[in-house]
Design a protein around this ligand. Structure first.
Ligand code: ACO
Length: 367
C-alpha cells in the first residue's frame, strides 16, 4: 500500500496545547496572567486564603450554584462519617497501593453508594480517604473522623491519631483555600469534558484526579522538596540549577501556562510560613534556590518569563506544617475537588457535549 502524506505545514496545530483557546464560560474564577491576579467569585485570593477556613471557603465558592437539602455544614460532617464506612474497601486493597490510587478507589466505592450526585459527600470523603490511605500504606489502622474538628484539623487528627497543632491546621486551611479553583486548568478541563458526556460527578472527579497527578500540573510540589534536598546548601544553588537546566531538566515550581508574572498563590502561601516553626535554614535555602532559579531561567529562556508558581511554596509551607511530601498531590486533590465539583455543575447546566475537532495528518487511501 502506498501512503500519501499531507503537506508538512498541516502537521503543526495552530492551537498547540489549546493555549489561548476559550473553551468555557464560568462565573467561578478568573486567572489574569498579565497582572498576576486570581479572583474567585469576585474576591481576590489574598482576601480569602488565611482568612477563611476550608469549610467557609466551600460555602462561599458554591453559594447559589450547589444547593444541599440539609445545611452544607451538616452535609460535610455527614460526608466524613459516611466515607469512613467505606474503610473495608480501602483496607482490602494491597498495602503498598499509593495514597492517591487508594483515594480514587474510595471515590469509586462512594459513587456506588450515591443515588444522586452529591458534591459535598465527595469533597468531605476525600480528606478521610487521604488520611486512611496514608495510614494503611504505613501498616496502621485508619483513624475515625472527629466531626467536632474542622476538616483541616481532622485531616491532621486522622493522619496522626493525635489532636492537631492549631498553627499546622491553619496552614492547611490556607493551602486548601489557595488552591480551591484556578480557571480552566488541565484537571478542571478534564472534569468538564467528562461532565459534558453526562457521566456522573464522581467519574468526573476521578478523571480530574488523573490529570492532576502529572508533574506539569499537581505532581510538582514533592519534587520541589527533592530539589531543595539535592541542592543542600544555599551556596550550591547557582551551580545546581545551572547544571539541571544544562541537562534539559525543568525546574519544578517554576513557569506557568497563564501567568507571565509571579503566581499570586506563591506569595499567599509564603505569607503562611510566618506562623510556623521552621527547620533551621530551610526557608533561607528555599529562598536561595528560588533566587538562583529565577536568574538562571531568565538566562535560559530570555523570551519567556518563567516565574515562581504555586507549587514551590506549597512544598515549603506543607513541609513546615509537618506534612509528608508524599501527601502533597493528594492534598491538592482535596482542595481542588471543590472547584472541580462546581465546574461539573456549571458544565451540566450548559447541556453541551465538549467534542473538539482534530486535524488529520495521516495518510489517506489511494483512489
Ligand atoms: N524549567 C525549565 N524550563 C522551563 C520550565 C521550567 N520550570 N517551564 C517551562 N520551561 C521551558 C520549556 O522547556 C519550553 O522550552 P522550549 O520552548 O525550548 O521547549 C518553554 O519554557 C515553554 O514551556 P512549555 O512547556 O511550552 O510552556 P507551558 O506553558 O506549556 O508550561 C508548565 C507550563 C508545564 C507549568 C511548565 O512551566 C513546567 O513544566 N514547569 C515545571 C513543572 C511545574 O512547576 N508544574 C506545576 C505547574 S503549576 C500547577 O499546575 C498547579
Amino acid at each position: 500500500m502506498t501512503l500519501v502524506f499531507p503537506a508538512p505545514s498541516l502537521a503543526k496545530s495552530t492551537a498547540s496545547g489549546l493555549e489561548g483557546v476559550i473553551a468555557a464560560e464560568t462565573v467561578l474564577s478568573e486567572v489574569d496572567g498579565a497582572k498576576g491576579q486570581l479572583v474567585l467569585r469576585g474576591k481576590a485570593i489574598e482576601d480569602l486564603a488565611g482568612k477563611l477556613t476550608f469549610e467557609e471557603a466551600i460555602a462561599f465558592f458554591w453559594d447559589g450554584l450547589i444547593e444541599t437539602e440539609t445545611s452544607l455544614e451538616d452535609r460535610l460532617l455527614q460526608g466524613r462519617l459516611k466515607a469512613f464506612e467505606l474503610m473495608p474497601v480501602l483496607e482490602a486493597a494491597p498495602r503498598d497501593l499509593p495514597v492517591y490510587q487508594r483515594m480514587r478507589l474510595g471515590l469509586s466505592a462512594l459513587a456506588d453508594t450515591q443515588s444522586e450526585e452529591d458534591a459535598a459527600a465527595i469533597c468531605a470523603a476525600l480528606p478521610v480517604f487521604l488520611a486512611a490511605s496514608a495510614r494503611i500504606q504505613a501498616g496502621l489502622k485508619p483513624v475515625a473522623p472527629d466531626v467536632s474538628l474542622t476538616i483541616s484539623q481532622d485531616i491532621l487528627q486522622m493522619l496522626t491519631g493525635r489532636m492537631p497543632v492549631e498553627r499546622a491546621a491553619n496552614a492547611l486551611d490556607r493551602y486548601l483555600v489557595t488552591i480551591l479553583d484556578h480557571g480552566l486548568n488541565a484537571s478542571t478541563f478534564t472534569a468538564r469534558v467528562i461532565a459534558s458526556t453526562k457521566a456522573d460527578m464522581a467519574s468526573a472527579i476521578i478523571g480530574a484526579m488523573g490529570a492532576l497527578k502529572g508533574p506539569l500540573h499537581g505532581g510538582a510540589p514533592g519534587p520541589v522538596l527533592d530539589m531543595l534536598d539535592a541542592v543542600g546548601t544555599s551556596e550550591n544553588a547557582d551551580n545546581w540549577v545551572a547544571g539541571e537546566l544544562k541537562k534539559g531538566i525543568r525546574l519544578m515550581g517554576f513557569g506557568h501556562r497563564i501567568y507571565r508574572t509571579r503566581d499570586p498563590r506563591a506569595d499567599v502561601l509564603k505569607a503562611g510560613l510566618a506562623e510556623l516553626p521552621q527547620e533551621d535554614g530551610r526557608i533561607a535555602l528555599a529562598e536561595a534556590v528560588e533566587t538562583a532559579a529565577l536568574a538562571a531561567l531568565r538566562r535560559h529562556k530570555p523570551d519567556r518569563p518563567l516565574e515562581t508558581n504555586v507549587e514551590f511554596y506549597t512544598a515549603v509551607l506543607l513541609e513546615a506544617a509537618g506534612i509528608d511530601r508524599s501527601l502533597f498531590t493528594p492534598l491538592f486533590a482535596v482542595g481542588r475537588s471543590v472547584g472541580w465539583c462546581a465546574h461539573v455543575v456549571e458544565q451540566q447546566q450548559t447541556g453541551k457535549l465538549i467534542r473538539p475537532a482534530s486535524r488529520y495528518t495521516g495518510p489517506m487511501p489511494q483512489i
